[in-house]
Design a binder for this molecule. Structure first.
Ligand code: GAP
Length: 511
């Protein structure tokens, strides 16, 4: 873990991601497109490892969960039945002067109250320090306007709570002046497209905003073919799309992202709270198993009054990102709402016949839903570390190291010949590379001083480096022949290992 996880760490992580080829802004040569990201050579390996770990643990290693890959564009009626056409909205506010658009629940304002009288309003955007920032702004407001009297402590509210009388008096976060913010309007976040040659209402379809509906719509098909019995789950990994009003915090909130969702169907009279707890614990343990420290995780229970009417409970696993504690993984107990809705709308009852209890019912569901990109960001933040290490001349310098869990590291081992102009060293190093390559991601590098090559791999988060030197060739005696230097990333400790023992030794560490 990095010692300091303050906001400037975020800038360092973003810059490292670009420098080392983890993540790039999409379409950067054209100025970029907000809310879309490309994953470079290291990023794509990291993503794949996250997906593979989840799939192995969630599907392959369990008897009660099966997989699914449904299409991204589904029948538009799916999204009517699920409630997304009518209700998948965020409250949006426009600034008429700057033309900027905000989510109303991310604008915070407070009345500047002096001696019991409102003298004006101040605004800030959502941050870790909303109350402090509003208080500072209120003090500045009072000073600038030379208002005499006692300033009361601010009471922060979000813009959805502003009354029609207050709205014209609240300053825009873009201009700092009141009068330009519109009242909040519901903005549907689904991306629309057209299917077929016609471009009219009848051809409108949507890019899915979540993968979950695939599992509900295919529930019967899986039931009839999958030899599954309640309780069981259907899992899917795939892209989802949301036209977020304010994509932000790097890959945290994007417009195109990937979800890993699982719908776990339980009997209508089962103890849903027990299953809910079971899946919260499973998700937390899984995050720890891929290198996210338990100390950076917390739970947030959505208050009853804010839940959808059908929801029995939702708990979010929160991660302490450098920009604040934010939702990472939502675990929702959704009752029988989704299956019932699709049963009604399609005319095909989504029922299950329980041949032990001899009864037919619509199963209830527990849904752990997470974004690959949010896990990836949490992993990047957990792994980022700065320490001190000697440079080639023995002088201490700051070393940036990504301490990825070996299970998730994009490259498991780097292989270096000590010198690139010695064919015997190069040949031996390539033999070692080819020995390991069928079993793990190997990076072969012969360019530059050995210390520099180590530093590059530290930034890439490669847990092990192997150096092939003259000892390997037996030049310093037969006892060191066919041994290599194995260097461990976190401790920088080096040991001599026989080439014949490398594979089992490394496999044990990276699997
Ligand atoms: N089927 C339920 C569902 O989609 P959600 O809370 O809207 O619930 C689930 O999304 C998870 O998907 C979130 O916890 C988060 O990890 C991820 N997610 C949602 N919106 C995202 C976005 N705009 N960018 C990146 N990840 C997102």
């Amino acid at each position: 873990m990095a010692e300091s996880k303050t906001a400037d760490v975020m800038d360092k992580i973003v810059s490292l991601c670009k420098r080392r080829g983890f993540i790039f802004q999409s379409s950067e040569i054209y100025g970029g497109i907000n809310g879309f990201w490309d994953y470079g050579p290291l990023g794509v390996e990291l993503r794949k490892n996250i997906r593979d770990c989840w799939w192995n643990d969630m599907v392959r290693r369990r008897d009660d969960v099966v997989g699914l890959e449904s299409s991204i564009i589904m029948h538009p009626k799916v999204w009517e039945a699920s409630g997304h056409v009518g209700g998948f909205t965020d409250p949006m506010v426009d600034c008429k002067v700057s033309k900027q658009r905000f989510r109303a629940d991310q604008i915070f304002f407070a009345a500047v109250v002096v001696d019991g009288k409102t003298a004006g309003y101040v605004t800030v955007l959502e941050s870790e320090r909303i109350a402090e920032e509003l208080q500072e702004k209120a003090e500045t407001f009072k000073r600038k306007k030379a208002i005499q009297g006692k300033l009361e402590p601010v009471r922060p509210l979000d813009f959805t709570e502003a009354t029609p009388e207050e709205i014209p008096q609240i300053p825009s976060p873009a201009t700092g002046e009141p009068g330009s913010l519109t009242p909040p309007r519901a903005f549907n976040m689904m991306f629309e497209t057209y299917v077929g040659a016609l471009r009219d209402e009848s051809a409108i379809a949507y890019l899915r905003p979540e993968t979950a509906q695939g599992m509900f719509v295919d529930f019967k098909a899986v039931l009839d073919t999958g030899r599954v019995k309640v309780p069981f789950g259907i899992a899917q990994i795939g892209k989802s799309f949301r036209n977020e009003i304010t994509p932000r915090n790097f890959i945290f909130r994007s417009r195109e992202f990937e979800q890993m969702e699982m719908e776990y169907f339980i009997s209508d009279d089962d103890d849903w709270a027990r299953w809910h707890r079971y899946w919260i614990d499973w998700c937390r343990d899984w995050l720890v198993s891929v290198g996210i420290p338990a100390s950076a995780l917390s739970e947030y229970n959505h208050p009853k009054e804010k839940l959808a009417f059908y929801s029995k409970g939702t708990t979010d696993l929160m991660f302490s990102y450098p920009f604040g504690v934010q939702e990472l993984w939502g675990i929702a107990a959704r009752g029988d709402y989704d299956l019932t809705q699709h049963g009604k709308a399609s005319g095909q009852p989504m029922e299950y016949f329980d041949d032990v209890k001899k009864k037919r019912y619509v199963p209830h569901v527990i849904e752990p839903a997470v974004g690959v990109d949010r896990i990836l960001l949490a992993i990047l933040c957990s792994a980022y570390c700065e320490d001190q290490a000697p440079d080639e001349k023995g002088k201490m310098e700051t070393r940036i190291v990504m301490k990825f869990h070996p299970r998730i590291a994009p490259v498991k081992v780097a292989v270096f010949p000590l010198l690139k102009n010695k064919p015997e060293l190069v040949k031996k190093a390539q033999e070692v590379r080819d020995l390991l390559r069928p079993y793990m991601t190997v990076f072969y590098d012969e360019a530059g001083a050995i210390g520099r090559r180590y530093r590059r791999q530290d930034e890439a988060g490669t847990p092990f480096c192997l150096t092939i030197d003259f000892d390997t060739l037996g030049e310093k005696g037969p006892e060191l022949a066919d041994t290599v230097t194995l260097r461990e990333r976190d401790t920088m400790k080096q040991e001599r290992v026989k080439i014949s023992e490398l594979l089992p030794k490394l496999l044990e560490k990276v699997r």
